[in-house]
Each structure stands twice: as structure tokens, then as C-alpha cells.
Design a protein around this ligand. Sequence first.
Ligand code: AMP
Ligand code: MG
Length: 341
Amino acid sequence: MADDRLAQRFCLGIESTADDFGVGVAAFNGNILANISDGYVPEAGGIHPREAARHHAEVADKVLLEALVRAQLKPRDLAVVAFAQGPGLGPCLRTGATVARALASYLHIPLVGVNHSVAHIEIGRLKTGAQDPLTLYASGGNTMVTAYASGRYRIFGETLDIALGNCLDVFAREAGIKNRKGIPLGAAVEQLAEKGEKLIPLPYVVKGMDMSLSGLLTAATAALQKGANLQDVCYSLQEHAFSMVSEVTERALAHTEKQEVLLTGGVAANKRLQVMLKIIASEHDAQFMVVPKEFASDNGAMIAWTGVLAYMRGLVTPVEESFVKLKWRVDKVDVPWVIHS
Ligand code: AMP
Ligand code: MG
């Protein structure tokens, strides 16, 4: 298809795997025309799946409309509707899937179920120009090191328990840091860590190519309760956790010999993590790339763009196969649009 025709075809993508309800619009040539999100902020504690799903249902029409207005499109202009089919929290996923099915059926256009983790990688590739990166995808619910091999994104290492973002978020809550809209808890930890001076020894657990973060979280929380300075604990927590993911990333890089390192997912916004990975990449003569902040956390644009990639390869999801997949791993998904010699 000629580029001007690609620019005139559009996919709307719906993200609702966890706390964010996002709607993005991507043109088939890769232009992102809209990326609107509304996040659920729990009154206390972590994400309550049914409360988050209720939030998503309440804001869905508003976010959809805002995305279409931003993209300057009418619903009839859409060629495809994509949605995050998994992995994620059941009630949240189902809410997004229901909206997507309704829209696609009403408009008589195809539906594409997208893997959320693949979408984080694809928006990173689109926005940085990375061709064939080794990717560290670190977010609130996932932490993995992946790279393309033989038709899929293979997992070279991952967390054995909690995700990196979750580790930071739970610590922040234990430390009494309040959840404020617009400032992710991980970013609040980052700000405090910048003022930390003393490195407190904490558990460092890398097993083979995998890592475990829950012991680190417990020990950091205990150090705080025993009276350690909050800024020092935030600094020490970050140094330990980021060193663990960096070690795994470096070994995967040495093994795969990829020439690009891509950092994506919500935690990609962290400057200290960016610095660590940049050093590793340069030591292996690889280029370091990081997804822009706007597309780091869960967002609808990444679903829309991955929907375009899938649809252009003829992949669609019939409604009867559009059930959500709570534990859909990235290495279960064929990505025929990624072609390497
Ligand atoms: P996601 O799951 O991709 O939507 O990303 C959300 C996660 O990213 C949450 O765990 C946030 O605390 C985390 N996060 C966002 N900004 C930062 C930051 N600057 N430093 C560390 N973590 C962050
Ligand atoms: Mg999120």
C-alpha cells in the first residue's frame, strides 16, 4: 500500500490490563494521532481488580470520545479496533474487551486481540527506530528481558516473583508515600533516591537468568522500620533492584549479540535505570534506546500500533475467539511482522 493510503487508514486501540484505561489511534503508516489515558487511583493499597474495572467502565466513553476528537476522526473512519487481550487482571481485561467488541461489531470492522507485552516492545521500536533490540520490559506487572528469535520474542530472563514496578510501588506504600494522580509511586521513590547517600546492603538475588525481588522488598521495608533514612533506603532499593535487572540484561546481550538495547514499560521513565543500561549497552558496543515517557506506561497507542502490525499481516481475532488471556506470555505470540535476515 502506498504511504499516503496507509496514512488514511486507522486503528483504534484499547488498553485496560490493569490500572489504566487508555485509548490510542494509530494510522497504518505509524503516525500516532491520539493517546488518551485515565488511571484508576486506589483509595488505599494496591489495585483492586473489580474496582479498577468499574473505573474503566465509567470512563470508557469519555476516553474514547476524547481520543477520536484528538485524532480528528469519526468512528466510521476507523478500519480496525484492537484491544489488549492479555496478560492482565481479569475484570479489567474484560471491560476493555467488551468495549472493543461492541465498537467493532457496531462499525462492522475487524477486531484484533493484542498481547500487551508485545505492544510495549512494538511501541518502543516504533518510537526509537530500534530494529532488532534486546529489550528490558519493566512495568508494574511484568519484568522480562526479551529478544526476537525465530518468529517470536523469546524470554531470556524474568522475575520469579514480583515485577520491578510493583516492588517500588509496594515499598512506597509501606513507606507511607501517598498515591497522587500524575506521579507514579515509582517516580516518587526515584525522587527520594536522588537524595540518598548511604548504600545499605540488601538482598541481591539473581538465579541463572532470572531474578527475585520479593526478598529485597521485605528487607528494604524492614530497614525502614528499623529507623534507616527513607532517602537512603530508596537509593539502596533502586541500586540493588536495577543492578539485578541490568546483570540479566547484560548477560542476555552478551549471549544474543544484539546491537540495540531497548528499555520499555513504566519503569523505563527512571533516569537511574536508564544510566545503568546505557553503560552496559556501550560496553557491548550496542546502542541504548529508551521509549519516550508518554509511551512508557500502559497506553492505548501501543495497542493501536500493534493492532496495525497484526492486521497488515492478516491477523484478526473473530469475536468468538476474543476471550481474554490472563497469563498470555510474550513467547506464545507469533510476530510475523518482525523480519530479520
Ligand atoms: P505500567 O505497568 O507499564 O503502566 O507502568 C507503571 C509502573 O511504572 C508503576 O509500577 C510505576 O510506579 C512505575 N514507574 C513510573 N514512573 C517511574 C519512575 N520514574 N521510576 C520508577 N518507576 C516508575
Ligand atoms: Mg499501569
